[in-house]
Design a protein around this ligand. Structure first.
Ligand SMILES: Cc1cc2nc3c(=O)[nH]c(=O)nc-3n(C[C@H](O)[C@H](O)[C@H](O)COP(=O)(O)OP(=O)(O)OC[C@H]3O[C@@H](n4cnc5c(N)ncnc54)[C@H](O)[C@@H]3O)c2cc1C
Length: 376
């Protein structure tokens, strides 16, 4: 079992539908670079791609396999926003800063769509609406406030209310709800395509090379069991899997277990989600149609050391159909105490984590922002 292969990713729908991927060598030498990136998920890959495109010599060191962290095993739901609602952001930060942050969330959506197009990524992108079902009447009132805040303060008519009848047109479930613009895709294929773009831009990759020690006293030195990278700067993109190499940053990370199940193909799949959209509800249950007409669903539950059995059972209970499960996997996502992404620097070390359940599009943006900070 490799560093990031736990919780059954080998038996997931994601790996079953993955594009062929190159294997990269273990780091066995001492090499010099402008930038060392630790972590081969979307945050690290996006940082590596952007840095290489700016002409930097970049080495990316991944403890397990590229893409096998949260980035390659998530629900693939492309939800525009930050991990707080627009109303919460305004309350916390005031109108101007809230709007500036929200603009970044919109930029992230455009950035990912642009990358998929520019690099002709084969990740089954589906740009659809994103219905969100409400579990209680109180949720509906919150949705109404949110819509008003989005329209008046964020300048963004991104969401609208749906009646129960309108929800039925999108998904066969007894919801009231709201509707966002959004989409979904195969996350492992997107992540692997991002790695391919980074490799084409000149990034050197090393897999199965866990960084065990990070020294930043005189430039950066990232040490693995058999080699080391000396660089002017580092990007720490280890997300929920970082292991005791920079405690001040890691102490802000709370790993959350999240689980995905795919059911056997349904005879009436098209009738279950006629809109072909990814759907979520206010109980943290998410669902999306997959190419083989299966439905994938994920649910999160706080767990420092998740055990797959009980969590898969919890997720399966959320699945409305009675068909059996063909794939199941889980993973860790990093959540911060503020629920907002934690992006910053400590000297020559730049870091980003905490995109929570919105990292499918946000993590690509934060990786790019880190490189803009490094360059500027
Ligand atoms: C099951 C699940 C479902 C999810 N569903 C969704 C969804 O539907 N929509 C959405 O927007 N978000 C979702 N998320 C969240 C999203 O996947 C994450 O926010 C995002 O992928 C984080 O990307 P990352 O690059 O920061 O981290 P990761 O993809 O986890 O990458 C971090 C990498 O760093 C490596 N690493 C760590 N420490 C070291 C070290 N010391 N040395 C070398 N390498 C190291 C790890 O092996 C790993 O590969 C989900 C997450 C999970 C787990």
């Amino acid at each position: 079992m490799s560093f990031n292969s736990g919780l059954d990713i080998e038996r997931s729908y994601h790996t079953a539908t993955a594009e062929p991927e190159p294997r990269h060598p273990i780091l066995t030498a001492k090499i010099d670079a402008d930038l060392v990136v630790i972590g081969g998920g979307c945050t690290g890959l996006s940082a590596a791609l952007n840095a290489a495109e700016r002409g930097l010599k970049v080495v990316l060191v991944e403890g397990g396999r590229v893409g096998w962290g949260a980035s390659g095993r998530n629900g693939g739901q492309m939800i525009v926003g930050l991990c707080k609602t627009a109303c919460e952001l305004v309350k916390l930060l005031g109108r101007e800063r809230a709007r500036a942050l929200f603009d970044l969330a919109l930029e992230a959506w455009g950035l990912v769509l642009d990358l998929i197009k520019r690099h002709a990524m084969n990740c089954d992108l589906r740009k659809t609406v994103h219905p969100i079902g409400t579990a209680s009447a109180g949720d509906m009132t919150r949705f109404e406030h949110e819509i008003e805040c989005l329209a008046t303060i964020m300048n963004c008519p991104l969401m609208r209310i749906l009646s129960a009848a309108e929800v039925r047109v999108a998904v066969d479930a007894p919801y009231h709800g709201g509707l966002f613009d959004g989409g979904h895709m195969l996350p492992l294929n997107y992540t692997l395509a991002l790695a391919q773009a980074a490799a084409a831009a000149g990034v050197m990759f090393h897999e199965r090379s866990v960084v065990r020690r990070l020294d930043s006293r005189n430039g950066i030195r990232a040490e693995t069991a058999f080699g080391a990278v000396r660089a002017r700067r580092a990007v720490l993109a280890g997300h929920a899997l970082l292991k005791r190499i920079h405690l001040p940053i890691e102490s802000r990370i709370m790993p959350i277990g999240s689980y995905i199940v795919d059911n056997e193909p349904l005879a009436n799949a098209a009738a279950v989600i006629p809109s072909n959209a990814a759907v979520s509800d206010t109980r943290f249950i998410r669902c999306r149609p997959t190419a083989g007409c299966c439905l994938a669903e994920s649910a999160t539950c706080p767990a420092r050391r998740p055990t797959s059995g009980t969590s898969f059972a919890h997720t399966s209970r959320g699945l409305s159909s009675s068909s059996s499960i063909s794939y199941a996997c889980g993973g860790l996502a990093s959540v911060t105490t503020s629920r907002l992404p934690h992006v910053g620097r400590d000297g020559d070390m730049y870091f980003a984590h905490g995109c929570s359940g919105l990292g499918v599009i946000l993590s690509t943006l934060v990786g790019k922002l880190l490189v803009e900070a490094i360059a500027d």
